[in-house]
Design a protein around this ligand. Structure first.
Ligand code: NAD
Length: 280
C-alpha cells in the first residue's frame, strides 16, 4: 500500500538486519508513505546483514552505530541532521539482544555481566538515543519516537529470560522521557508491544516455535505480523496520532487481554489423550 501519510517527514530507523526484521518492514512502509530515511545498525550487523539492499530500495543513507556507545549515537544523530538538512521527525528503536538468551543460560544462573549487557543493548540504548536527541534538539515539534517491546514486560513467559526485565525497563524509559520530551519539545514517545514474530532475534528465544503457536491460538485476531507492526509504526509516526504519548500499545491480536481460548484448550486437551497420569 502506497500513500502520503509521511510525506515530507524524515526519520532514523534502528535495527534492520535482514528482510525478516521488523525494522526492515517499518523502513519499507515509511518510505512507501513518503518518508526520507537514515538506516542504522551495529558495525557487525551492517557487515553480516543485508541492510545495503534496503538502503538501495529506499534510497537511504546507512550510518553505522553501536547503540551501546555514546560517541556513536552522538555521531549518528549529528550526521543524520546533516543528511536531513536539520531536525527530523521520527525514530524507530528496534534493538534487542541478550547474551543469556543467545547462549541458552537460564535466568536463575545468569552472570551479572551478561544481564547488564542485555539491559545496556536492549533498554539503556533507548535512553542514550533520547538523551542525545534531546541534547542536540534533533527532533522537530510533534515528532514521534517508537520502541518495540513485548508482553514479557508485564507477564512472565518461560524462556524469555532477562529480556522480560529489559522490556520492563524500556517501557519505563518511554514513560519517563515521554514526560520530559513532551513537556519541553512536544515530542511523543511510545512503545509497541508486538506479537512473537519470526525474526533473527525472535527465533533465538528458547521454545520460540511453541510460543508463537500458543500465542496464535490465544489471540482472537491471530498473531500480528512484522508488516502489520510496520503499519502501526507508520500510524504512530504520522500526524494522525499527535496526542498519543507515554503509552505501551499492544499490537498482538488481543493476546494480552486473554486468559484462555477455545483453540488453546482444545490443543491442551490433546496432550492428555491416552495418558493415564494422576494429575490429569
Ligand atoms: N521477534 C519477536 O518476536 C519480537 C516480539 C516483540 C518485540 N520484538 C522486538 O523487536 C525489536 C526488533 O527485533 P526483531 O525481532 O526485528 O529482530 P532482529 O534480529 O531483526 O533485530 C534486532 C536488531 O538489534 C540490533 N542490535 C543488536 N545489538 C545492537 C547494538 N549494540 N547496536 C545497534 N543495534 C544492535 C541487531 O543488529 C538487529 O538488527 C527488538 O527490540 C525485539 O525485542 C521482537
Amino acid at each position: 500500500m502506497e500513500g502520503s501519510l509521511l510525506k515530507g517527514k524524515k526519520g532514523i530507523i534502528f535495527g534492520a538486519l535482514n528482510e525478516k526484521s521488523i525494522a526492515w518492514q517499518v523502513a519499507l512502509k515509511s518510505w512507501q508513505q513518503g518518508a526520507l530515511l537514515v538506516l542504522t545498525n551495529s558495525p557487525v550487523a551492517v557487515r553480516m546483514g543485508s541492510i545495503n539492499e534496503l538502503a538501495e530500495i529506499t534510497g537511504s543513507k546507512i550510518i553505522t552505530a553501536d547503540a551501546t556507545k555514546m560517541e556513536d549515537i552522538d555521531a549518528l544523530l549529528t550526521e543524520s541532521m546533516k543528511v536531513f538538512g536539520g531536525q527530523f521527525d521520527f525514530i524507530l528503536h528496534s534493538i534487542g539482544m541478550s547474551p543469556n538468551v543467545r547462549k541458552d543460560i537460564p535466568y536463575e544462573q545468569t552472570s551479572y555481566e551478561n544481564m547488564l549487557k542485555t539491559f545496556d543493548i536492549s533498554a539503556l540504548s533507548f535512553h542514550r538515543i533520547l538523551q542525545t536527541a534531546y541534547k542536540l534538539d534533533s527532533i522537530r515539534e510533534w515528532g514521534s519516537v517508537v520502541a518495540l517491546s513485548y508482553v514479557a514486560a508485564q507477564r512472565t513467559l518461560s524462556g524469555y529470560n532477562d529480556m522480560g526485565d529489559a522490556k520492563a525497563l524500556l517501557e519505563s524509559i518511554a514513560r519517563s522521557f515521554g514526560y520530559i520530551y513532551g513537556r519541553d519539545r512536544k515530542v511523543r514517545i511510545n512503545t509497541i508491544s508486538q506479537s512473537p514474530t519470526p525474526t533473527t532475534a525472535g527465533s533465538g528465544i528458547h521454545g520460540f516455535e511453541s510460543l508463537i503457536d500458543f500465542s496464535e491460538r490465544m489471540s482472537p485476531l491471530g498473531n500480528a505480523t512484522a508488516e502489520e507492526c510496520a503499519d502501526y509504526c507508520v500510524a504512530l509516526f504520522s500526524d494522525l496520532t499527535r496526542k498519543v504519548t507515554m503509552q505501551n500499545l499492544y499490537h498482538d491480536g488481543g493476546f494480552s487481554s486473554m486468559g484462555m481460548s477455545l483453540k488453546a484448550i482444545e490443543q491442551y486437551k490433546k496432550s492428555f489423550d491416552g495418558c493415564d497420569c494422576d494429575d490429569k
